[in-house]
Design a protein. Structure first.
Lengths: 124, 523, 446
């Protein structure tokens, strides 16, 4: 059963085995407004925790998306190029950004679980 | 005989329903197609005789096939662009309080002067012996700029403000390199409130940017700057008066701290209109500052340019000024156009642009300066500051001032605190101003306050115009806090076009006209 | 003072409303001793008539292009601009508007930007064009930086046919950013071996056609070699009228095209303001500098235009922007667009034909002058001649006789040892009499 964890920068990672699916939370997409473009990394790129993984753009803002954990990019969501609005419509599902092979599962412990994240968002 | 041509001459009864028209036009508001939709490929609005037959020297490079552009006859062209002009708001239309942009009156005398054939119809590479008046003009403009800023040198050639920033920062980089610190001094301090061009410029020239936090009162404090200084710091880029409309009270101390640390002080001069004839950047410790001739000295903005961004330089930076420049020797001006020709003592860092910069703008700016004189320019700055503070006094009981502790200079900054809970955003408020016949103020800039509204009336407004503007904004503010959300959220209602879908424009960009595909496939 | 509406009574009333006694109280943040007590040492205000006298006198000392036989080019060209153009660009709503930040009251500006982008894309044969750069030279500098972003490499190769001022602009930018730049020797006869300079570390190759010496260059082989090594071809032109007669760079697989647009709609202005044209392949759009205007609809479904893809720009991306450019060449764009609309492709082709015809006639006539050698194989409206005397001296002597003969190469390249070369341009403004005067004067002087 997949588990989802969150960073303070509002990235989520859904963990299935040693692969995690990364995207931005529903709260984040609401704050950004209409997403018009997502710049994704190339498959095979090594990401380190906290490093820039992608850039998500709305009409008047560009935000970096950071890697919640370290690892290698194994797949990116090519569908976003033609339909960036998917990030707004279904951030946790079809609006995912990339899949990463998790290098150190220990890094996941520093992330928030669903309940912790919801509390965190409420505190903002 | 009875004249039977009598016709109704009373106004009749008014109806407030909206009447749709057949064309979609609304009297003077015309829907205007693109030239590609009204022109024809064979049409032209110029008459040029075919040359007598000759032997082409284009060789294999002659164009094959047509370009794919329509032409229009002269009357069609005239009508098309006149109609387009009627969809635009300009300073000549009404109050244009766009903060940080200094939308002041553009005198037509300046246009007339720039069009004198001796200025407009001279080539940048014709022999300098045939353009002594052009060199005179550049020298005279330089004298005015140096006197007003209290700086010993000026590089005229940058083409706009951001280009001037690049020029000033390149001079700083060259001066640092000349001291042998090129490899180590590579950080530039930029306050959070800065124009986006500042960090973009620093990055362009290979500096990395370190952010200076803004104080709660909207100013930069010398101790915050000192805390960020080190041997790696090359310069600070500071706007003064700053983008919150405040004269930086510690500017002299900040300049001294930079100099003590072996670094330089770049001043963004976009807001120079507040202090012309009142204070001189040279007296404040500035090393380089660009001057937007298209703001402070009233050369027209023309829908986004052309601008001109001469940069004044301190004694320390002057030797590094780029080519071209005019070197005066024994009273005779020489135009220096390449590094190879630089007289002793000069180490130009390079070249910013082809030729000599924005001559057309130099003429207009000098015409402005000659007209105003030293007394008029001083008065203009005082009036610009007075007008901004008058608006502030008229609105600050209804709208929230994030930085009430300092007087405003030539522009006054409000935030959106006062709109909280109203369901009306800064953008909505701006769009409702359009319905009232005003160009909105600058919105969402500077970034250091939430929902910023930056109002710069300039000195060109009369008291009566300001009174009506204040009354209008008061009415809008009361409505926004009341229950009249609809007046804002769907505004503008009366502009040539309603609110535009920017998401759609960005998600699937259409950046040029394409011939519509035929209804049926050709096969 | 005629430009300031406030009266002294107004000022007093306003100060009272603000609650201060005098205007200097509003300048209280200016540090002690730094507030000027009196106007600076410059002349006092003047009436219109006096300003006209002063500036008219300066202007009168200069020799206007229209007043003499005029053959000066090398990056800026004397063309006839229809009267309609200057009338329209002086309409208040165009002249006194700002960058179209509020699209609902700036559709006039936005629609002509969209028309301009379409025209530039068609002329250059490219997929997309932006809303202008300052001029051709700064556009070339920006194109090199864009190529570096696209290829993630940092070495530019510059042809020896590139206008030396353009080369200097690129060199300056590159030096500042610690990027590598390879500048080929001045290439008068378009015979340089640029292909051998391209390797796997090359970001871009910058080639001008017609080049600064007037030669037309074949870009296709350069594009092929560049692409084989993952590099881009940046094609440059300084005479946009040439595109009415020659194969456009887009048809030769250029990746970025930059040009000077002054020739269409804009006066010589002693070097500025001009208008930089900038076009590219669509796939590089997010790496482009400058403003872009795009089509969209309003809330009622009506077509309209907005500035778009702004996240590339400085006001949003700050130190990660594609460029620091903000103000560009708005009104010069309008002049270009109106003139281009009047011309249409038919008018532009005819204008180009006349330019070429005039240049050919002049070259043929000069070829018969003792001491003059025409160097070009091919050219459009500009070519280079070799004189038996230093060109700068000849130009000076002819200027004294009221003929502006061209640009000595030594003016652009003072230490290149090319002092006997003269670049001569001939456009539609030149008459048979102008050409005869130049030929006769050269016969006498040489």
């Amino acid at each position: 059963m997949a588990e989802t964890r969150y960073s303070k920068d509002h990235e989520y990672i859904r963990i299935e085995g040693d692969v995690g699916t990364v995207g931005i939370s529903d709260y984040a997409q609401g704050q950004l407004g209409d997403v018009v473009f997502v710049e994704l990394p190339t498959v095979g790129k090594a990401l380190s925790k906290g490093g820039e993984a992608a850039v998500v753009e709305s009409v008047k803002a560009a935000s970096e998306v950071y890697a919640p954990v370290s690892g290698e990019v194994v797949e990116v969501n090519g569908e976003l190029e033609a339909a960036p609005g998917t990030v707004n419509e279904d951030p946790a599902g079809k609006g995912w950004f990339l899949k990463i092979r998790i290098k150190d599962a220990g890094e996941l412990d520093a992330l928030m679980n669903e309940a912790e994240y919801q509390d965190y968002v409420k505190s903002l | 005989m009875l004249n039977r041509q009598g016709r109704p001459t009373q106004a009749g009864e008014a109806s407030h329903e909206e009447h749709l028209t057949f064309t979609g036009n609304k009297a003077l508001q015309q829907i205007e197609p693109l030239i590609f939709e009204i022109g024809h490929h064979e049409a032209t609005g110029v008459d040029i005789d075919k040359p007598v037959p000759f032997k082409s020297r284009l060789g294999k490079h002659a164009r094959q096939g047509e370009i794919g552009l329509p032409g229009l006859s002269e009357p069609e062209t005239m009508r098309h662009y006149v109609r387009l002009s009627q969809k635009n708001y300009g300073i000549d239309t009404g109050l244009f309080p766009l903060g940080s942009c200094t939308m002041k009156h553009n005198a037509r005398l300046n246009e007339k002067m720039a069009r004198l054939p001796g200025f407009s119809d001279v080539h940048p590479l014709q022999p300098t012996s045939t353009v002594p008046g052009a060199l005179d003009l550049m020298l005279e403009l330089s004298r005015y700029l140096m006197t007003l800023t209290g700086m010993p040198a000026v590089a005229l050639s940058p083409k706009a403000g951001a280009h001037g920033e690049a020029c000033g920062m390149m001079a700083i980089k060259a001066a640092i390199a000349a001291k042998g610190e090129g490899a180590t001094r590579n950080v530039v301090l930029v306050p959070e409130s800065a124009h986006g061009t500042n960090p973009a410029t620093a990055a362009l020239i290979g500096f990395s940017v370190r952010s200076v936090p803004a104080r709660p009162d909207g100013t930069v404090a010398v101790e915050d700057v000192k805390a960020l200084l080190g041997p790696e710091v090359a310069a600070i880029m500071l706007t003064n008066p700053n983008t919150c409309g405040i004269f930086e009270p510690q500017i002299v101390e900040i300049a001294a701290a930079m100099h003590e640390a072996g670094a330089y002080f770049y001043c963004d001069g976009a807001n120079f209109n507040a202090i012309v004839g009142k204070a001189r950047p040279g007296d404040l410790g500035v090393d380089a500052m660009h001057i937007n001739l298209h703001k402070t000295f009233s050369t027209p903005h023309g829908g986004g340019g052309p601008g001109a961004g001469p940069v004044v330089l301190s004694e320390r930076l002057a030797p590094f000024a780029p080519v071209p420049f005019i070197h005066v020797e024994n009273g005779k001006p020489h135009l220096i156009e390449s590094r190879d020709e630089a007289p002793a003592g000069n180490q130009p860092f390079g070249r910013m642009t082809a030729f000599h910069g924005q001559m057309g703008m130099y003429v207009r700016a000098l015409a402005y300066m000659l007209s105003h004189g030293s007394d008029g320019m001083r008065q203009a700055s005082e009036d610009a500051v007075l007008n901004a503070n008058y608006i502030r006094a008229g609105l600050s009981d209804l709208m929230s001032l994030p930085f009430p502790d300092h007087p405003s200079m030539h522009e006054v900054l409000f935030d959106d605190e006062w709109l909280k809970g109203s369901g009306v955003s800064t953008l909505d408020f701006a769009k409702a101003m359009i319905d009232e016949g005003y160009h909105p103020m600058t919105v969402y800039f500077p970034l250091v306050v939430h929902g910023a509204m930056l109002i710069e009336p300039t000195e060109s407004e009369s008291k009566a115009a300001l009174d009506l503007f204040i009354a209008t904004l008061r009415d809008l503010a009361i409505a926004a806090k009341g229950n009249d959300k609809e007046r804002f959220t769907s505004a503008p209602h009366h502009a040539p076009i309603r609110r535009l879908d920017e998401t759609r424009a960005a998600r699937s960009p259409v950046l040029k006209w394409e011939k519509p595909a035929p209804a049926k496939a050709a096969e | 003072m005629r430009y300031l509406p406030l009266t002294d009574t107004d000022r007093e009333d306003m100060l009272a409303r603000i609650g201060v006694s005098d205007v200097d109280a509003l300048f209280s943040d200016v540090p002690a001793g730094k507030l000027l007590k009196a106007p600076v040492d410059l002349p006092r205000a003047k009436g219109e008539l006096e300003v006209e006298r002063i500036l008219g006198k300066m202007a009168g000392k200069n020799t206007a292009a229209s007043a003499v036989p005029f053959f000066v080019g090398a990056g800026a060209y004397k063309h006839h601009v229809p009267a309609t153009v200057d009338h329209l660009i002086q309409r208040s709503e165009f002249l006194t508007s700002y960058t179209p930040y509020q699209p609902e009251i700036a559709q006039g500006t936005l629609q002509y930007l969209f028309e301009f982008q379409t025209q530039v894309a068609a002329l250059t044969g490219m997929e997309v064009a932006n809303a202008s750069m300052y001029d051709g030279s700064t556009g070339t500098g920006e194109a090199v930086l864009m190529a570096h972003r696209v290829t993630k490499r940092r070495k530019a190769v510059l042809s020896g046919g590139l206008h030396p001022h353009y080369t200097a602009v690129v060199e300056t930018l590159s030096e500042m950013a610690n990027d590598e730049v390879v500048v080929l020797k001045p290439d008068v006869s378009a015979s340089e071996d640029i292909l051998s300079q391209i390797d796997d570390s090359t970001s871009c190759v910058v080639v001008q056609s017609p080049d600064v010496f007037g030669n037309l260059r074949d870009l296709k082989p350069i594009a092929e070699k560049a692409h084989a090594h993952g590099a881009l071809l940046i094609a440059v032109f300084t005479e946009v009228v040439s595109l009415g007669a020659v194969v456009p760079p887009g048809a030769q697989d250029a990746d970025i095209v930059v040009g000077e647009g002054q020739s269409i709609g804009n006066a010589l202005n002693f070097g500025g303001p001009y208008v930089g044209l900038f076009a590219a392949k669509a796939k590089y759009i997010r790496q482009m500098p400058g403003r872009l205007c795009g089509e969209t609809v309003d809330s009622t479904g009506q077509r309209g235009f907005v500035l778009t893809l702004s996240t590339r720009e400085q006001h949003i991306r700050r130190d990660k922007a594609t460029s620091n450019i903000c103000t560009n060449s708005g009104l010069c764009v309008l002049a270009f667009t109106i003139h281009m609309t009047l011309l249409g492709q038919a008018g532009l082709a005819r204008l180009a034909e006349v330019n070429h015809a005039n240049a050919v006639k002049l070259a043929d006539a000069l070829a018969g002058v003792e001491g003059v050698t025409v160097l070009n194989d091919s050219f459009f409206n500009e070519f280079t001649v070799k004189l038996k005397k230093p060109a700068a001296e000849v130009v000076e002597v002819l200027a004294a006789r009221g003929i502006l003969a061209g640009v000595p190469v030594s003016r652009l390249l003072p230490k290149a040892g090319l002092d006997d070369l003269l670049i001569i341009a001939s456009t539609e403004v030149n008459t048979d009499e102008d050409r005869a005067a130049l030929v006769a004067a050269l016969v006498e002087v040489l």
